[in-house]
Each structure stands twice: as C-alpha cells, then as structure tokens.
Design a protein around this ligand. Structure first.
Ligand SMILES: Nc1ncnc2c1ncn2[C@@H]1O[C@H](COP(=O)(O)OP(=O)(O)OP(=O)(O)O)[C@@H](O)[C@H]1O
Length: 360
C-alpha cells in the first residue's frame, strides 16, 4: 500500500470508531510465515510464523539471543530473511525492490535500539528528518512536527537538542520521528532498556497513544515482561529462533501452563496447613472487573458453600484487573460451585484437593 508523501501527510488519523472497526475486523496487518535467517551458520530465526492484527500492540519477548531483534529487523526490511514471507497489508515485502521497497519501508516506522537521535539537530529537526527525505513541503512539515510533539507530550522541547533532553524524552522524540511519515506499523526495539521505571512509563504511554489515537499497529521487542503487562494486547515468546508461545495476553494468562501466566500473574504460595481445613482446594484465574468483583461471592451464594481465598492475589494487565486466587471450599456442593465458576468465565486451573478434572 504505497502512499505519496502528501497522501501520507494528509491522511487524517482514524477516529476511535474507525480504529474499533479495524480491530473488530481483526485484519492481520503483518503476517510472518516460516521465516528463517542465519548468520555464519548460526540460526537466528528457525521458522518463525506469527500474525499481528491491525491496531494492536504485540510484545516480542524471549531470552537474549532468541532472535527478537533479527525478527524486528527483517520486518523493518533492514535485514533480508533467508526464506519465508513477511506480508504487510497483504504484500510480501521480502519480494520487493526499488521504489516498491522504498514505499513499503515508509509503511513501517522504526524506533531503533539505543540512542538514535542526531545530536546536531533539535527535537523538532529530528522529527522533521523523514518528512524532509520524503519531500514534504515546509508548512506541512512544520504542522506535522507540531502534531507529533503534542502526541508525545514534548511541545515545549521543540528547540531542545538531544543532549538537553532526558533519556526518556529522547526516546519519545525517536517515537515521534518514527511516526512522522504516518506509517501503518510502528516497530520499537527495546524502547525502554536502560530507562528507570518512571521514564519507562512515559515512553510506554506514548506507544499506547500511537495505537489508540493514530490506529498504528505496534510491534515492541523487549526483554521486560512489564512492557507486556502495561501495553501489549498480544505476546509472542521466542526461544532459539522459534515462537514457543503466541496469543492474546488475556487468553494466555488463563492457561496455567503458559509462560505468560507464570510471568504476569501473582504467585500462589503453597500453604498445606491452611489448605488442609478445606474439602476442596483449586486455583482460579478471573479476568475483568465483573469476574473479579462478583463471581466468587455469587458462586458461594448459589451453591451454599463456604468459599475462601487462601492464596494468590490481584494484578492489572493494561486496564484490566486479573486475579489468580487459590480457593478453599467447604460444603457438599463445592464441586458444583467450581464447575459453575468455570462456566461463568473463570478459568479453574486445577483441583488440588478432591476429584481431578474440574478444569473449565
Ligand atoms: N549481524 C549479525 N551477525 C552475526 N550474528 C548475528 C547478527 N545478528 C544476530 N546474530 C546472532 O543471531 C542470534 C539472535 O540474535 P538477536 O539479536 O536477534 O537476538 P535477541 O533475542 O534480540 O537478543 P538480545 O535480547 O540479546 O538483543 C544470536 O545468536 C546473535 O548472536
């Protein structure tokens, strides 16, 4: 989907309803198929397949050397894969060259790893750079730079040089620069490494705003599950060049065996003494305000059982409250109560005491 610079510039940001339509359509903006890449005999990518829905934030996580940056660099067309396809808005970008390749590159904004701003240019000058390269006329350029400074909350720093900005502010300017040509995809490689928690929050807020206000699809490479916790809709876990887990964060946390649930949910400590006084003990994951607030009291009331939380806790994934609780139940209808919690949307993960197979 090639845009001239003017078309890019003139494209008005989609409103909330349009973004919602894009999301509900579930259109896959990036599809990676069986991607392989090796460097001097080392397999960095070993058959990676995944898709990213339009208007979502995907976190690519995994240990050092797993292939995260190589995947990001392939998607950004900075690296050519050995085999496989990468479709962006339906076009296999690995097959492009010449002007088609340049047009495809404009669809992908990149926030590179590390400090990437030009030292001799002001914040505004850095953001303007891709617009200058694309030949966008001065007045339009200035207006676009103003919008982007506003988006990243740094209007008052337009004339500041990178050395006069904090690490987090520099990163926010790098995000603004990556968004300048109005790409459909924003790719950020470790955007928060080396930042303190507070500054990290401000950079993540900017990435989230890019998705929410511009409808951009965001792919963020990170070793920090805190990034996934705060802004990611989906997560792909890479290990040794392969995707070992991929899906919606809120679905994966309901799966007891997933790496995502282990990393993001409160631990459930074993407390045999406490648990011995119950007929049934089970773990449950509850997602969303309604489930967290109402499901357990409702189950106790419906089935006339005593139901206590004996472990676990509550957390927040983005704006969504999520609980992993260990429950202790007493009463004849304890199994029915657990079954009902499962049917009502809770994920009852294992029956630690009593008959197995209560899972829903
Ligand atoms: N340009 C390169 N030349 C040689 N080997 C490379 C190159 N880029 C990556 N590799 C190798 O490919 C493998 C995957 O590296 P990659 O940087 O993609 O992993 P990563 O998951 O991003 O790691 P990190 O979290 O440490 O950045 C590693 O073994 C790495 O040494």
């Amino acid at each position: 989907m090639a845009h001239t610079p003017e078309q890019n510039f003139d494209r008005t940001p989609p409103n909330e309803a349009e973004c919602a339509v894009a999301r509900s359509r579930g259109a896959e903006v990036i599809t990676v198929e069986n991607l392989t890449k090796s460097f001097q005999g080392v397999n960095a990518l070993n058959g990676v397949t995944l898709d990213v829905e339009a208007g979502t934030v995907l976190g690519v996580v995994g240990p050092s050397g797993a292939g995260k940056s190589t995947l990001a660099r392939c998607v950004a067309l900075l690296e050519r894969p050995d085999s496989g396809a990468i479709r962006v808005d339906g076009t296999d970008i690995t097959a492009l060259d010449g002007s088609a390749l340049r047009a495809a590159r404009r669809q992908i904004g990149v926030v590179p790893q590390g400090d990437s701003l030009l030292r001799q240019r002001t914040a505004a000058g850095n953001i303007a750079l891709p617009l200058e390269s694309a030949g966008v006329p001065g007045p339009q350029r200035r207006s676009r730079v103003g919008e982007l400074l506003d988006l990243v909350g740094l209007t008052d720093k337009a004339a500041a040089y990178p050395d006069q900005l904090s690490g987090g502010q520099r990163q926010r300017i790098a995000v603004a620069r990556a968004l300048a040509a109005n790409p459909s995809v924003l790719l950020a490689d470790e955007p928060t490494s080396a930042l303190d928690p507070e500054t990290t929050g401000s950079v993540l807020t900017v990435l989230d705003r890019a998705r929410a206000e511009l409808g951009v699809t965001v792919l963020v490479v990170t070793h920090d599950m805190g990034v996934v916790r705060k802004i990611c809709d989906d997560v792909a876990v890479l290990e040794q060049g392969r995707v070992v887990e991929h899906g919606k964060v809120l679905d994966l946390v309901s799966d007891a065996g997933s790496r995502t649930s282990s990393a993001l949910l409160p631990a459930v400590d074993l407390n045999p003494i406490n648990e011995s006084s119950y007929d049934r003990v089970a773990d449950v994951v509850l997602v969303g305000f309604a489930a967290v607030g109402a499901l357990l009291p409702e189950a106790a009331h419906r089935f006339g059982v005593e139901l206590n939380i004996v472990g676990g806790g509550l957390t927040r994934l983005g704006e969504t409250p999520v609980a992993r609780f260990r429950l202790g139940l007493n009463g004849e209808r304890s199994d029915s109560a657990l079954e009902w919690i499962g049917e009502a949307g809770g994920a009852v993960q294992r029956s630690l005491k009593g008959p197995q197979g209560v899972a829903a």
